[in-house]
Design a protein around this ligand. Sequence first.
Ligand code: VAH
Length: 318
Amino acid sequence: MDTILVIGAGGQIGTVLVQALQQKFGLNRVVASDLKTPQVFSGIFETLDATKAEAITALVRRYEVTQIYHLAAILSASGEANPIRTWELNMQTVLNVLEVARVEKVSKVFIPSSIAVFGPSANPVNTPQQSFLDPTTVYGISKVAAENWMQYYYTKYNLDVRSIRYPGVISYQSMPGGGTTDYAVDIYHKAVQGQDYECFLSEDTRLPMIYMDDAIRATLELMEADADQITVRNSYNLAGLSFTPAEVAAAIQHFFPTFQTTYKPDFRQQIANSWPQSIDDSAARRDWGWKPAYDLTRMTEDMIHHLDHQYHADLTQV
Ligand code: VAH
């Protein structure tokens, strides 16, 4: 019987992934963990500072953990405010997870990477799985290092560690924090609240993105695949959809015709300029049957439906 430890359970992806894992494995088979305990949580929750390897070991032994999903990291934009701290936290936690998993014989490990590993040298259109990686952010540098460590632990110790280079993730269930792609979540929240939106990227900045439902399904499908299907042991390219701020604003205007977006690029524009516009995910499609289900229209419908309910449900109850 599997028991899953999720590190970084309070983050944008962690929040939703925990629920999906609880649904799949059962409430009592998932141990959610993060630095801070949430006010409200159903299931098993443990506070964990993943920079302390012994704290991870203690949880793995206490709950007889068989799989670890390590999601804790400082992202691209906020990481630039404190490069050394970002490197230390992102790298120490990855090394701790890999080494604890090796020593404690954890059967499977998931550590996400990001399209932030790509830089100016990569072909920006349909960016290949095998590209020269020259990231421009500390977050991207830490993810390239993590990818190499994952490859090393697989090759040297046969640790079954798997990874996906997530694009920007769009969700209604949880707020992102400190990312360059966060505009693509904020814009929906503003529209549903009847407000206009000032975007911190220019209107024509095309970036690869993925809807949360697709990101979670991809993660579970990768982890369910037979080990001999997995041919990429640093990290798989993954694509959902690509769009610009102008395109997502236009999609929203189908629902809110008076919604307006203005554009005021800040330091995050330089980060976005160094990233791909679209991703070649043919390796994921070939190895474990990946196929996205959400395009911009379907994602916009779903986002607005759920956010409208979140912001206005209490009004309709009066
Ligand atoms: C960020 N949302 O913006 C994250 C992600 C591809 C971007 O890694 O840093």
